[in-house]
Design a binder for this molecule. Structure first.
Ligand code: AMP
Length: 279
């Protein structure tokens, strides 16, 4: 059965025992409201390790002042049930004050990648992500950690964090899990009301149109324009950004592969999606 811990010391003790017993520790950080995307990452962790740790923590540091921190979906009981069903060994659900005690002020500065795309629309977001992930890495000390490609820029930030701060942790990336109509699974999809659910499919349809433009032309500007036009012509959708970048550097693509990224608001809900395309 799954072990549930809330205190930092209990986490260190439980993982320490598993490590001492020679087990390989796999880690999946989440903010809860778990869906099949999260579960696919947990299964990946289980395949590559023999002690799977999942954290569930809605990290206040990565939310902007006008974002959805207070209404972010939470269902602890359901989440723990899903973790147990998926074969997770240990769930870590820290209280906010345990992660950020009074007076905690140190954060991780991720440099220029933190200021573009998601980082431009959400100032401070990636510093918040990098800070909590660095803390969780220090607490869990996993052999490997699994992240989803759904948050492509986050993956790039984590890889940079691991390299720059010398974490000895293997990073594994899981593919995007989608609904039957290709909407990327997200905890925020529960916010979508009525016709918004169908309107939200504009994001991946814009990416597909962008993919065709990239294969046809190989032109960044044309590819981005196709995606922008698509989203701006989609009812109920407010464009955030639509970009084609190099999958590693997040600067303009030079070679064959382009990472297409879109962000848009559908009603009050901000959604993101991405697609890697090659010529
Ligand atoms: P979150 O709970 O939103 O912070 O996400 C936790 C992890 O799940 C992150 O590594 C996400 O990239 C990943 N994730 C979220 N949605 C999906 C999805 N649809 N497919 C695969 N991974 C996902």
């Amino acid at each position: 059965v799954i072990e549930v811990v809330r205190e930092l010391a209990d986490l260190r003790r439980a993982v320490g025992e598993a490590r001492s017993a020679g087990r390989r520790i796999g880690f999946v950080p989440t903010m809860g409201a778990l869906h099949e995307g999260h579960l696919s990452l947990m299964r990946l962790a289980r395949q590559r390790s023999d002690f799977t740790v999942v954290s569930i923590f809605v990290n206040p540091l990565q939310f902007g002042p006008s974002e959805d921190l207070d209404r972010y979906p939470r269902d602890e009981e359901r989440d723990l049930h899903l973790c147990e069903e998926t074969g997770v060994d240990l769930a870590f659900l820290p209280r906010r004050a345990a992660m950020y005690p009074e007076g905690a002020v140190t954060t991780v500065d991720v440099g220029p990648i933190g200021d573009v795309l998601e980082g431009a629309e959400r100032p401070g977001h990636f510093a918040g992500v990098a800070t909590v992930v660095a803390k969780l890495f220090n607490l869990v000390e996993p052999h490997l950690a699994v992240f989803g490609r759904k948050d492509a820029q986050q993956v790039a930030v984590i890889r940079q964090l691991v390299r720059d701060l010398s974490f000895d942790i293997e990073i594994i990336v899981g593919d995007i899990v989608r609904e039957a109509d290709d909407l990327a699974l997200s905890s925020r999809n529960v916010y979508l009301r009525g016709e918004e659910r169908a309107q939200a499919t504009a994001l991946h349809r814009a990416l597909r149109a962008g993919g065709e433009a990239w294969r046809r032309s190989g032109e960044v500007e044309e590819t981005e324009q196709v995606m922008k036009d698509f989203l701006e012509g989609s009812p109920g959708v407010e464009l955030g950004y639509a970009r084609a970048v190099d999958p590693i550097s997040f600067l303009h693509p030079a070679g064959e592969a382009a990472l297409l990224l879109v962000a848009a608001r559908v009603g009050a809900t901000r959604l993101i999606d991405n697609l890697t395309v090659t010529r």
